[in-house]
Write a protein of this length. Structure first.
Length: 366
């Protein structure tokens, strides 16, 4: 049942950002993001060098109500105006996901509003439709701190995975390299900033899996190569100069970009076999906020005569507007959940294929 007023409240809490948003989605019209509130937790996790799940879960429980209140105020709406409540119900850090799901359940039950659980990855994958009204099917590179996949997006419920990372995600590799070089977290922006004044040719880092067919990726070996080069330099000169760090960052970033561009080209070949009406390459996720990677992918799309879509940076990283919009598309398909909706730490988008990562009792990660 499509919401008559088209107002969707989205909640997001899968990692270390608490978020809420109000998005208006009416048939035949471009989505309007009326508000998008994100409260980060970088200060809370800074001393630990990474996200601590228990700390993140507690912060989500304390901040979700604040996010909802602020989102409603910015949109100049009340809870009574909301038609549907969408919430990230996985995958992610289970404590955080559970905080969001319980908040959404309470709101839905108290207000008598429909509840829709959304796959966090689907939120990212559908963002180009929210921001640019991209038509199906399109090719999506979803690259973030926890995930990296090539997807052919056919509908809000139909995602065909062409390949993905078999170990570390690129965002995770950025964070680990930043830690190795003594940079602050989150590492992605810090590495990119240093890379701007670094020499991308100083270090020749490996580009994993380029010698193998297909679209699968690997970044753990690249991270290890940085570690070994750093240790060798520490042994030789007793420390790292600031220019050394910049050169490490530039060389590492270039290696990641080279791998993503080459694998994207292979994914495009498979995607074009569908003869899409308007061939489109879209990117989303935190790593898509990296300006050098975006520039390289945009050039690839131009060379292959594809439309390139990269959502605004604020919608590439975790946010609740994408969750609200995904809920709207699912609503149009008749999806609705009840109070048995559960939080899922693992939830692959393409469940028809074998798992890329983890297939034990808890299920596949991706």
């Amino acid at each position: 049942m499509v919401a008559s007023g088209g107002l969707y409240l989205g909640l997001e809490s899968s990692c270390d950002d608490s978020a809420a948003a109000i998005v208006q989605v009416l048939p035949g019209q471009k989505a309007k993001v009326l508000s998008s509130v994100v409260i980060g937790q970088s200060v809370l996790h800074k001393e630990f060098g990474g996200v601590v799940p228990e700390v993140a879960a507690r912060a989500h429980a304390e901040r979700m109500d604040i996010c909802v209140t602020d989102a409603l105020a910015q949109a100049e709406k009340t809870l009574k105006d909301v038609d549907v409540i969408g919430v990230t119900s996985g995958p992610g850090l289970i404590g955080g996901v559970l905080s969001g799901v319980m908040s959404a359940k309470g709101l839905a039950l108290g207000l008598g509003k429909p509840l829709i659980g959304v796959n966090h990855l689907a939120g990212h994958a559908l963002t180009p439709r929210m921001t640019d009204q991209v038509g199906y099917p399109y090719l999506m590179l979803l690259a973030s701190g926890g995930h990296c996949q090539f997807l052919i997006v056919k509908s809000a419920q139909d995602f065909h995975r062409l390949g993905g990372t078999i170990d570390d995600a690129p965002g995770e590799a950025f964070d680990k390299v930043a830690r190795l070089l003594g940079l602050q977290q989150p590492g992605g922006p810090e590495v990119e900033k240093k890379a701007q004044v670094g020499d991308p040719n100083r270090f020749r880092f490996p580009k994993p899996l380029l010698d193998r067919p297909g679209c699968d990726l690997s970044f753990s070996g690249l991270k290890t190569a940085v570690l070994r080069a750093r240790d060798s330099m520490l042994e030789d000169q007793g420390g790292l100069y600031d220019q050394d760090r910049s050169d490490f960052c530039a060389s590492f970033q270039t290696a990641v970009a080279d791998v993503l561009v080459e694998k994207s080209g292979r994914a495009v070949e498979q995607y074009l076999r569908l003869n899409p009406h308007k061939p489109t390459l879209a990117v989303a996720g935190g790593v898509a906020a990296n300006s050098e990677i975006r520039r390289r992918l945009k050039q690839l799309a131009a060379d292959l005569n594809l439309t390139f879509v990269a959502p605004p940076l604020k919608f590439c990283t975790d946010n609740a507007a994408m969750i609200a919009y995904a809920a709207a598309e699912l609503d149009q398909l008749g999806v609705c959940h009840d109070m048995t909706l559960s939080a899922r730490p693992r939830w692959p988008l393409d469940e028809k294929q074998s798992a890329l990562l983890g297939s034990g009792k808890k299920g596949a990660k991706a």
